[in-house]
Design a protein around this ligand. Sequence first.
Ligand code: ADP
Ligand code: MG
Length: 709
Amino acid sequence: MSVAGPVELTTPIASIPGVRKEHAERLARIGVPNVGHLIAHLPHRHEWVRAEAGIAEIAAESITSVRGEVSATRMTGFGKKARFQAVLMDGTGRLDLVWFNQPYLKGRIHPGMRLRVQGKAARYGLGLQMVNPKFEVLDPTETEPDKADSDELRPVYPVTEGLTSEQVRAIVGRVLDAALPLIEDHLPEDLRRERSMPSLRDAYRMMHRPASDEEVKAARRRLAYDELLLFQLGVHMKRAHLRQTMKAPALERTDAIEARIRERMPFELTDAQKRVVGEIASDLAQDVPMNRLVQGDVGSGKTVVALDAMLRAIAHGHQAALMAPTEILAEQHFLSISAMLEGSSVRVALLTGNLGAEERARVLAGLADGSVDLVVGTHALIGEQVGFRSLAVVVIDEQHRFGVEQRAKLRVKGSVADTGAGAFDTPHVLVMTATPIPRTIGLTLFGDLDISTIDALPPGRTPVTTRTVTSERRGEVYQWVRTRLDAGDQAYVVVPAIDTGASSGEDELRDLRTVQAELEAGELRDKRIAALHGRLKRETREHIMARFRAGSIDVLIATTVIEVGVDVPNATVIVIEHADRFGLAQLHQLRGRVGRGNKPGACVLIADPKTDDAIERLKVMVETTSGFDLAERDFAIRGPGDVFGTRQSGVPPFRIADPVKDTALLDFARRDAAAWIALNPTLAGADDALVRRRLIRVHGPWLGLGDVG
Ligand code: ADP
Ligand code: MG
């Protein structure tokens, strides 16, 4: 059954003898155009297929597989009581099949059809019966799959419409023996032995044609290690490249500068803030480009830490930029930083997407000629026309909201021009996040970042109390909110949407307009209520935020535009409508809007959760106020696939490895990669050519490795 002619990894599937054109097309559609891709198209699981018997040979009470023709079908009962029966004949005997509660089978199984079924047969009376067997329809236009003579571990492949796992298995079977010898291993022999890994060739064979469960395990281990190793090699290579070939300006620490910065701080920094400021300052004092992550829970005071770093650039005659993920947050940073720098010589500007043409031109000119020292903005900062005279420090706030490419772009903005303040290649980069990376994997996965942690809150904070209530009790909630407003506090009410068009079919979704109308007419009648969302014009939004900050609005009804960063200490209550619709990280961020001053904060989650996940998320919110614990539990609920699988987090998804469960492998991969890159930082040379090629293919784009070496 193997191919006769020479097979290459680049041979198109369609050229494999015996493969039908439409199967080749369907494989191409799911990203498998040629033999090499086919070998890399791994089964997502394996299944024991029992040796097939004739019906007459079936032993009762053991799991068996048989094939035969359906001679009759019958449907009785309805709904949960539905019972679908079929009679299977194979020339040696008769087997009765019964499926409970699967009425749709009536449309799938018909007399005359050939089936292969697997299940446990039982005698009843004189007959033989299988209840709820697994079944597979044998396609009359295909040659029937081989009978398994003995129990066999079969791969189950990812498929698409019109292509079954069995068909993929047959195609793999045609080329596997010819293709395996063509697979070269990128892992040095001694490393492979040290880690007790099978060769790549063996690993692929064991995935596609395993002899045992142990082989599947060994193969999986090797391929998962490979994924983690390539990733770690990329991370370490990038770090080595940055540190060895790029120069950032050395911003020396002097007593005068320290004193001037301290003067600008409106409060005494906490010990945690002081420690992190110190770590950053000593990075900045060197010409090795800083690449540091500051993680600190919501409200821990990251903004002043960022300001401190930026002022160090400005003190040395350079510029600094702070990029925030939303306009509201950029505007707020601009206001609070301007306030802290009032009366100083530092010139601060705001650059967002909706500046007027004239204002925008003025800001751009100021960045280019150096008359703006510090710019706060959104991703408008990485726009093409934006150029700096001498950008030395870049801060990215809420970094998890940006992709890696966006971060890389801002780094590129700080480039070479000799400004008299000294030439350099790249700015120092500080990224900040309140969505901590779980301790268990943080350092390992983000090997290219140094990490500082603000692990304490400013003095006087009391933890926010969190409660969940069902929507029936909404009235009581707002009654209670009213008492807090009467006492002089302010509140946020968060809704998932501005308006739900009539067509959305989400009748029970309470949108911003509905909630606002109800509150204005009901519980919060005579209170000052305003709505804030992303569709408002900037001036309107700024105006509303300014009034809320000044205390002349009592209640802000908002969409998640307030999710990150918004800081109004007198707002102590947040009510989140339809809380089950938000993710855990998002709920925690929203909750972080309160409890930011000296008054205790309260968070009320209104929800009628329907799924187990949603129930679990709400439970975690009530039980945990620490962002770190919460991130770990979020990981446990969603898995790294969701947390890391998104482009937003900037980490490419792993297909096989699971960075949370495969911690031992991850640890090997990290150590092996570090040692490898220490020996050969650019993986130059013939020995490493293969691994380098594979690395660049998988991780080149996101790591920005295209320009390496
Ligand atoms: P986040 O870490 O969430 O970005 P912010 O930087 O917005 O936190 O700070 C939260 C609030 O705490 C702000 O009102 C800020 O002025 C205040 N704050 C920060 N550091 C201190 C401190 N050391 N002492 C008192 N208040 C502080
Ligand atoms: Mg912040």
